[in-house]
Design a protein around this ligand. Structure first.
Ligand SMILES: [Zn+2]
Length: 427
């Protein structure tokens, strides 16, 4: 065919012979007939050179990147080879991954888009369903993963569990404290899941388990048990943002109790119209105070600050709970020696605060005292794990339409694993 090299360049294929290109007037698509360059064919699964077996199921098509506004398909024979390991298998083709219905350049562009723009934009631009995007990024990540050693140089790790599918399912994730990279993720949150990580780490190179010096987590027992078994030398730390979240959750419980109480009072004083109105007004104000109580004081809006001042005047218990939460959060900004003293002072304050849930929290904090102080001492309180955690939560929302965990994991790893996809044809 004339201009064969031009077509090779335009179609973005290598080691491929372009036999002919036709425009299908009816379907309004461009169909390029291609074949792999001469040479002994390889097994599609493992890439071993293998003997020809048969013609397979005849012609096949692969979707490729549009040319201008015209959809493009590559068409070729899908003959089979006889692999020593895999038996009769469709031969490897240079333009697509084994078993894929899209070309490598198409896959690559979808993977790049998945890390850059919205679900709607990708599906509309590439003319594919979101589930197809899921299948594509799963195979792209599988390829990227084999090309990189995700565990190289890993010494200080954070282990976290993240819920998805509205809290029905969980992922266990491992983050590198020093680079902020997501290094591993798997569905499940139990000992077997986490052992899967340590098995993979052990298999990736000799002495890799021994190199782990610090492990931070959220205080879950199953994590602590597995870490003690697999990396007894590692110093165990408590991730500060989890500890602060315990306090934020306790504060929220106090707020809800006060709100419910005020609502109930509002219902009981029906005979006294004014008293009822006041109680209902108070209930609503407490309900609306959620964000003022949650936010760090330096980020409060003027309106939220007014709300907080109002709580200080009218709800001493709720305000005390707020101060306890803030007190605990501030400890993580101190250096180690100051923090130890401040943490003990905080515990004695919380023990006497007469808010049952904070008395319980104080007991929990004492249990993890050493782990909390270790996090501060070894600089694991820098918020890196928290930021990765936040990003993965956002990704789980984007990935909601995927049926299974692998596309969600692929999307998280492509975004946060340190090897973000590039556009095809660019470096
Ligand atoms: Zn094979």
């Amino acid at each position: 065919m004339r201009n064969a090299s031009l077509w090779r360049a335009v179609l973005g294929v290598e080691n491929t012979v372009v036999e002919c290109v036709e425009y299908d007037e009816v379907a309004q698509v461009l169909v390029a007939s291609v074949r792999p360059r001469a040479g002994r064919p390889r097994c599609g699964v493992c890439g071993r050179r293998s003997a020809r077996y048969d013609r397979g199921e005849g012609r096949r098509r692969w979707r490729s990147l549009d040319l201008g506004t015209v959809p493009v398909w590559l068409e070729a024979d899908a003959s089979r080879v006889s692999c020593r390991v895999h038996g009769p298998t469709v031969r490897q083709v240079p333009w697509a991954r084994h078993g894929a219905g899209h070309t490598k350049v198409f896959d690559q562009q979808v993977a790049w888009l998945a890390t850059q723009c919205s679900k709607m934009a990708i599906c509309a631009l590439m003319r594919v369903a979101w589930r197809t995007v899921g299948a594509i990024i799963t195979r792209v990540w599988a390829d990227v993963e084999t090309q990189h050693d995700q565990f190289a140089g890993l010494t200080r790790i954070g282990i976290d569990e993240i819920s998805y599918k509205r809290g029905y399912k969980y992922l266990t994730v491992v983050v590198d404290h020093d680079t902020g990279r997501l290094v591993w993720a798997a569905p499940g949150h139990d000992k077997a899941t986490l052992n899967g990580f340590f098995d993979a780490l052990a298999a990736s190179g000799e002495g890799r388990l021994d190199m782990i010096s610090h492990v931070s987590a959220d205080g879950a027992d199953w994590i602590a048990k597995v870490v003690t078994e697999r990396c007894p030398q590692a110093i165990r730390c408590a991730d500060p943002f989890h500890v602060v979240k315990w306090a934020t959750d306790a504060l929220d419980t106090v707020r809800r109790q006060i709100w419910n109480q005020a609502r109930r009072t509002g219902g009981q004083t029906r005979s006294n119209g004014r008293g009822r109105r006041d109680a209902i007004g108070e209930a609503k104000a407490v309900k609306d105070s959620r964000y003022a109580l949650w936010k760090n004081p330096e980020n409060l809006t003027e309106k939220q600050q007014v709300k907080l001042d109002w709580i200080a005047k009218t709800n001493p218990t709720l305000y005390r709970a707020y101060l306890l939460k803030e007190g605990l959060r501030t400890i993580f900004q101190l250096d180690h020696d100051e923090a130890a003293e401040a943490l003990d002072r905080w515990c004695s304050w919380a023990r006497r605060c007469r808010i049952p849930i904070f008395v319980d929290l104080q007991r929990r904090i004492l249990t993890y005292r050493d782990n909390i102080l270790a996090a501060i001492k070894h600089g694991l309180s820098n918020g890196r794990i928290e930021s990765v955690n936040t990003k993965i939560r956002l990704i789980t929302r984007v990935a909601f339409g995927f049926r299974s965990a692998p596309p969600l994991i692929a999307l998280a790893m492509l975004n946060l694993g340190g090897h973000r996809p590039t556009l095809p044809g660019r470096t």
